[in-house]
Design a protein around this ligand. Structure first.
Ligand code: IPM
Ligand code: MG
Length: 370
């Protein structure tokens, strides 16, 4: 009985916190086209993180050298978001590190390690919450197959928001999934705006609303409500299970354009999509909020690569693509294009193994092309 009461009390607290989160959801958008100084924070991360991020930061420094000299862009290294420091401070983002992060506008972040089990929250999830980065935007494209997918993954709710805050009773564990009206509206709006602005005439809404009736039911209903403001864009519902199969089906691949989905399904399916493109090392990821944005690789810190002594061969393509997305986000489209062109035509090839170049050799070759 006591345990049941404790669990109910914990649930009440969680609901109250979520209601408070909704209250604070609206904030003013940063306008990078007019902002006088844009501050970019670079966070190395763990495992292969420092290896790939160092090269991506070099590339950014070169592309933005004139702006850095003129003071319209500041690039600064942010230390301390390492697994060692996070465990020592027992915080997913140590307070002093978070304070520094909040003084930046955008971040380029290497992958960070999340311990299995325990209660330590993932640094990524904490960052998405603290900076309210509600849109996880992941492009996947294979021109020769006519595949041009843009995933809009809700990034602050679903199973993630209380993923480290579940409750346990003897013999039972319960986690929670949260979907809010405002949280869904803003990600749906972002996806449809993207579709409209980029001439994409198809949006797939992907859920498991046949089973998760309240949360995914709400997500679907609100997305359709928003869709009404975008005539001319075809909207289709899919369940996540069949969508994972559809992405592999050649006759359907080119039909999908913008794919809008809740957090956990988005996490899973974007790894699948990246694999179809050539591997998780090949896709970039943007976490976008109204005030802040964070750009990163979609893969993890690859501790096994480090253990095998292969860290130097890590492929930085994913974080380089993220760097290009960062440049576009801060309205430096020309620099982004330069980087993408260099990546597409670079004569030095990286494979992630000893048959290819090291991360640094590959970056050197790219630098020469910028
Ligand atoms: C991703 C990653 C993260 C997630 C991890 C590192 C917390 O898999 O960005 O897709 O689950 O969202
Ligand atoms: Mg993932």
């Amino acid at each position: 009985m006591k345990e049941l009461n404790n669990a109910c009390e914990a649930f009440r607290t969680l609901l109250q916190e979520q209601l408070a989160r909704i209250e604070n959801m609206n904030c003013e958008k940063t306008d990078f086209s007019t902002k006088k100084t844009v501050t970019i924070g670079v966070i190395d991360g763990d495992g292969i993180g420092p290896i790939i991020t160092k090269q991506a930061a070099r590339v950014l420094e070169k592309l933005l050298a004139d702006e850095v000299a003129a003071g319209s862009v500041v690039i600064k290294q942010i230390e301390g978001l390492t697994i060692e420091n996070r465990l020592a401070k027992n915080q997913p983002i140590p307070d002093d590190v978070l304070a520094e992060i909040k003084m930046c506008d955008v971040l380029l972040k290497g992958p960070t390690t999340t311990p299995h089990g325990g209660t330590m929250e993932s640094a990524n999830v904490a960052m998405r919450r603290e900076l309210d980065l509600y849109a996880n935007v992941r492009p996947v494209s294979i021109p020769e197959k006519n595949i041009d997918w843009m995933f809009y993954r809700e990034n602050t709710e679903g199973e993630y928001v209380l993923g480290s805050r579940g409750v346990e009773l003897p013999g039972m564990a319960v986690d929670f999934k949260v979907t809010t009206d405002l949280g869904t509206r803003r990600i749906a709006r972002a996806a449809f705006d993207y579709a409209k602005q980029n001439g994409k005439n198809h949006v797939s809404i992907v859920t498991k609303a046949n089973i998760m009736k309240k949360t995914d039911g709400k997500f679907t209903a609100i997305c359709h409500e928003i869709a009404k403001d975008y005539p001319g864009i075809e909207v289709e519902d899919y369940y996540i299970d069949i969508m994972t199969a559809n992405l592999l089906k050649e006759s359907l691949q080119s039909k999908f354009k913008v794919i809008l989905l809740p957090n956990l399904y988005g996490d899973i399916i974007t790894d699948e999509a990246a694999q179809i493109q050539g591997g998780v090392g090949t896709a970039g990821s943007a976490n976008i909020g109204d005030r802040y944005a964070m750009f990163e690789a979609i893969h993890g810190s690859a501790p096994r690569m480090i253990e095998r002594g292969m860290g130097d061969y890590a492929n930085p393509d994913s974080i380089l693509k993220a760097a290009a997305m960062l440049l576009r986000h801060i309205c430096r489209g020309e620099a982004a294009q330069k980087l993408e062109n260099a990546m597409a035509t670079c004569p030095v090839k990286i494979t992630g193994g000893t048959d290819g170049a090291t991360c640094a050799q590959y970056a050197d070759a790219l630098m020469e092309m910028l």
